[in-house]
Ligand binder design. Sequence first.
Ligand SMILES: Cc1ncc(COP(=O)(O)O)c(C=O)c1O
Length: 487
Amino acid sequence: MSQDQAEVGNLQELLARVGAGLDQFLAFEHPDALARQNVWKAALDRPVPQQGVGIDEVTRELLEQIIPNGSAVTKPGFTSYITTGATTASTLASTAASIASPQRYMHTAFNFIEELSLDWLAQMCGLGNMKGIYSSGGSVANLVGLGGARQYAFEKAGHDPARDGVNRAVSVYASSECHHTIQRAGGVLGIGRRAIKPIACDDQGRMRPDALRVAIEQDLQDDILPMAIVANLGSTNRGAIDPLRAIGELAREHGIWLHVDGAYGLPGILDERLRDLYDGLELVDSIIVDPHKWLGASVGVAATFVHDRELLQRAFTQGPSDYLEGSIDDIDATTAPLEHSLDDFSIRYFDYGVELSAPPRGIVVWALIREIGVEGMRERIVRHNDMARELAAFCKQHPRLELLLEPTLSVCCFRYVAPQIDDLDRLNQKIRRRLVRENEYLPSTTRINGQLALRPCFLGARTDHSQVDGLAQAVIRIGDALVVEQA
Ligand SMILES: Cc1ncc(COP(=O)(O)O)c(C=O)c1O
């Protein structure tokens, strides 16, 4: 079948078929993909097809071999890491954009929504008038924020690091609990991973401002340029929130850029009970949030906010190119009003970050917020935070569960305990493995003050209170069985 025939449009029927397959997937009645890998690998592992099979066959393979063998990330019981599946609104929006406005430039309704949704996000998350740019995830969003920090710190010293490279040693002070993408950003930005200086945390996993001050003052003595401070609003391991105001005031005192990683935890500000923990946001220079974490977006949607996007332009501009600027910038908008969506790129997001081609991601955020509103988001976030607290309360009153850390956000760190077992780390590791094999409750693990913890992070839009009791009972049942087996 030729490519042209494959292109003939019957989207309505095909999307209906795929939609039915996805609805069925969401019933989670299928076994885990790994269990059936012999079957689907045999069906899918083919040499590159010289002749196409046509869209009906592609749809059939999607429905029969691929969708049912997808990922556990979307399951209500999936509480590993900090990731989740897309909600329906997100799926509809990104599907629509892939056809009707594939790129985030030019004057289309989708691209209008790009900016609108960034402003909505900023308002919803207490960021005032900060201006945003979307990117593919927290890794890139952190990179973009720290790219702004690099530009700011070197420009103050009369040097353009984007044009000329860095010309001196710098430090970035980040909590020892910071996400490891911060170190990678150091490598990519040419300052080196070793420039990321880990700052000690308290026993709740929050960066200690006193330790931060000592590190900065030492560097100033050693003639190392303090480039940025990175604070967590919701660390990955524990959901810890760093003392933002104290850190921000220290940043102001020394004129250091304050970057905040709120990839997971920034939307926690919607929970009124936690609002005080976010005090100091006005001191922030750059901050990220990942709608594809707590807000239910399809993976591939993060946002970086700054006060001055022109700084990002200096940090990330691609420079001129004949095939782009040569043809477009000649238009004199004052004498030649725009008459076609192609007349102008509109907001030049491609100069504020590291991607040229990129989908309009704001349409996803727009759909999510439009569907349930800020109040709906707040309800979901409160529900997840409540779930972590319910589990914590249950652990405190159950003799064979131990709470290892009071939850701040929606992460709860706990473990199974039995007096006759010496190596509780190993036992809890085994519990986690069995949980994963049973394929219903899927937490990850972490270390809390040296001890191995089961670490559910309640995040998915499809997860609800029943998961709390289900997980706790499964841990007790498996733990009890393992203790008997080891006796
Ligand atoms: C706090 C934090 N920052 C950054 C990231 C990286 O985000 P992404 O996986 O979207 O690149 C994560 C991922 O879990 C995270 O939890």
